[in-house]
Design a protein around this ligand. Structure first.
Ligand code: 13P
Length: 249
């Protein structure tokens, strides 16, 4: 089954290192049947366009401003990343939510701005360990979906991908179980079906992210409930990431 494999570099590498990475990934994924996206830092986007252009690998950014343009010193707009060659943007990553205090309201505005600029959105949702221990996971994730997608039209959901990333699984080596993942994907689809339609719930793409590595990726990503994966640490090694991208799921 064809999957969507997304690599999130977070704040790692410098543009000059990324050139070699991009050239290598382009070559190594030539025959991959999966859809592949890499999301490097903003400073790497020009390099990405130059060395991934014409390859099977598409490019995304890790964030955008909620504003379209204007007096927002230091911010990067949706139009800027689109013009720099990005087709995707990650919005609502738990690191942005917790370390940069991004609220669901802000995330909702960012999603609208991204969609208006023709970007595809990878919306991250997921619960903390405490929420999980309090058995609030389902309600918490459903509310994130509701609040983050408020006012977004059903036809726009074609450009929205939901990534379920439990916070306790990010960079910790702890992975959600197959049945946990299947359950959460179902919760996400049901919530979309409730807010929009059965068809929307069935067709939205759902990814899993959190401690996927070269040893566990095949088992996790082949889960038929999933449309693909969002990979952090393990995407930084181009050989390993290319193996994950080439796999026949
Ligand atoms: P790790 O794969 O490093 O756990 O990170 C997951 C993630 O946050 C991807 O966005």
């Amino acid at each position: 089954m064809k999957k969507l494999i997304v690599g999130n570099f977070k704040m790692n590498t410098v543009p000059s290192e990324f050139k070699a990475y991009a050239m290598s990934l382009a070559t190594k994924t030539q025959n991959s049947k999966n859809d592949i996206v890499v999301c490097p830092p903003f400073t790497h986007l020009a390099v990405a366009r130059e060395f991934l252009g014409g390859s099977r690998v598409e490019v995304g950014a890790q964030n955008i401003s909620e504003e379209e343009s204007g007096a927002f010193t230091g911010e990067i707009s949706a139009k800027m990343i689109k013009d720099a060659g990005a087709n995707y943007v990650i919005i609502g990553h738990s690191e942005r939510r917790s370390k940069f205090k991004e609220t669901d309201k802000l995330i909702n505005k960012k999603i609208k701005t991204a969609l208006a600029s023709g970007l595809k959105v990878i919306l991250c949702v997921g619960e903390s360990l405490q929420t999980r221990q309090n058995k609030q996971t389902c309600a918490f994730v459903r509310k994130q979906i509701d609040d983050d997608l408020k006012g977004i039209y059903e036809n726009e959901l074609e450009s929205v991908i939901v990534a379920y990333e439990p916070i306790w699984a990010i960079g910790t080596g702890k992975v959600a179980t197959k049945s946990d993942i299947a359950k959460m994907v179902e919760i996400i689809r049901k919530e979309i079906a409730l807010q929009y339609s059965e068809k929307a719930g069935n067709s939205i793409k759902v990814l899993y992210g959190g401690s996927i590595n070269i040893n566990n990726y095949a088992k996790i990503i082949s889960n038929p409930a999933l449309d693909g994966a969002l990979i952090g640490g393990a995407c930084l090694d181009v050989d390993n990431f290319a193996v994950i991208c080439r796999e026949n799921y």
